[in-house]
Design a protein around this ligand. Structure first.
Ligand code: ACO
Length: 350
């Protein structure tokens, strides 16, 4: 079957300054543009009431989620990522032809291979860039930021497009009420540049592979390829021990956040907005209380989108920027936790 990619768009041309040589003496990696995109179709809690034994009241009180966006059968990660990238590049005034690298954080690539980053490179016409995917579950965007910062600081690139995108609906079991109420689809993008002005001030990443099987997709990889038995057992879909994940998520996000603040030498009071991974309102609240953040300093949009995995932090970041909740010069704190387990936090001056 022919892969259904979106129509190849005409060349984008947003670069507002002269392309300069990569300058490894520039000290910081700075975010100069953000963008996001979600599919049009809304799946509300009342829709889910008709599909599994659940209720709007249960979902809202246990998670804070009211609705999520679901991709149609012809839409893959690169399609949604392209729309987010287009917006971020436009805001950053950077043309795809001037990108040195594209890094995509995702657990739902278009194909097993090639990478979604390469498919996106083709859609954008970013001929000069090297492109690769990175898998870190819901922490995917923070991992892409960290890697991109390292590349920029080492002089390996000047302009990098980083994306967090997931189309979890394609690996969600809509007969399993413990998971299908949580997830949604989306993409968020950021353009990073080498700069002499402060940008990413600190970035902390951690993993603990011992608990990989608390949140995973059993089949579809080299351990258990998809076959008839798999389809019967529904092992091509996400399996999660939600309660266990919840406890580790709160502890890990708290410790990563404290470490990121210390590394950046800033206190919680210095932070203008905390943009955490949007998994569950109760997780956000638990982390917020432990860190003593006032409610108005925490950005949440999970009521509209659910847990969009790697897209969650950049989707929230872009919405916060567009709503005027983040202005130039503000200090923003990111934190995320996901499958692996992986987690991390980052302090960024916008
Ligand atoms: N509707 C109604 N009842 C439900 C539903 C549902 N959708 N789902 C579970 N229940 C029932 C359970 O069967 C259980 O019933 P029982 O007491 O009769 O056995 C009861 O509700 C309580 O279930 P718990 O699992 O204990 O509910 P909990 O309060 O832990 O909430 C949840 C579950 C929302 C999944 C929570 O544990 C959570 O958010 N965990 C974290 C998930 C997460 O953050 N994942 C992060 C990364 S995702 C990634 O990386 C891709």
């Amino acid at each position: 079957m022919e892969p259904t990619l979106i129509d190849k768009p005409r060349a984008l041309n947003y670069y507002c300054a002269n392309a300069s040589e990569i300058n490894s003496k520039l000290k910081y990696a700075k975010i100069i543009g953000t963008g996001s995109s979600v599919p049009k179709t809304v799946l509300s809690n009342s829709d889910l009431e008709k599909m599994v034994d659940t209720s709007d009241e249960w979902i809202t009180s246990r998670t804070g989620i009211k609705e999520r966006r679901i991709a149609d059968e012809n839409t893959a990660a690169s399609d949604v990522a392209y729309k987010a990238a287009e917006k971020a590049l436009k805001v950053a005034c950077v043309s795809p032809q001037n990108l040195d690298a594209i890094i995509v954080g995702t657990v739902t690539p278009d194909f097993v291979f090639p990478s979604t980053a390469c498919v996106l490179q083709s859609l954008l016409g970013a001929k000069k860039a090297y492109a690769f995917d990175l898998m870190a579950g819901c922490s995917g965007f923070l991992y892409t930021l960290h890697v991109a910062e390292g590349i920029i600081k080492s002089g390996g690139a000047e302009k990098i497009l980083v994306i967090g995108v997931d189309i979890l609906s394609k690996i969600t079991d809509f007969e399993d009420r413990s998971t299908c109420i949580l997830f949604g689809d989306g993409a968020g993008a950021a353009v990073l540049t080498a700069s002499d002005k402060p940008g990413i001030l600190s970035s902390i990443l951690s993993s603990d592979g011992d608990d990989w099987d608390l949140l995973y997709v059993p089949a579809g990889g080299s351990r258990t390829p998809i076959g008839e038995e798999v389809l019967k057992s529904r092992d091509q879909y996400i399996k999660m021990k939600g309660n266990d994940v919840f406890k580790v998520a709160v502890k890990s996000m708290e410790s990563a956040t404290i470490n990121a603040l210390n590394k950046a030498n800033v206190s919680p009071e210095d932070i203008d907005l905390f943009v955490p991974h949007q998994a569950n309102y109760r997780i956000l609240e638990a982390v917020r209380k432990r860190l003593n953040f006032p409610e108005e300093k925490v950005f949440a949009n999970l009521d509209k989108y659910g847990n969009t995995s790697a897209a969650s932090v950049p989707l929230a970041l872009d919405e916060a920027v567009n709503k005027g909740r983040i202005k130039e010069g503000n200090l923003v704190l990111f934190a995320a936790f996901g499958a692996g387990f992986t987690w991390g936090a980052s302090v960024v001056k916008l």
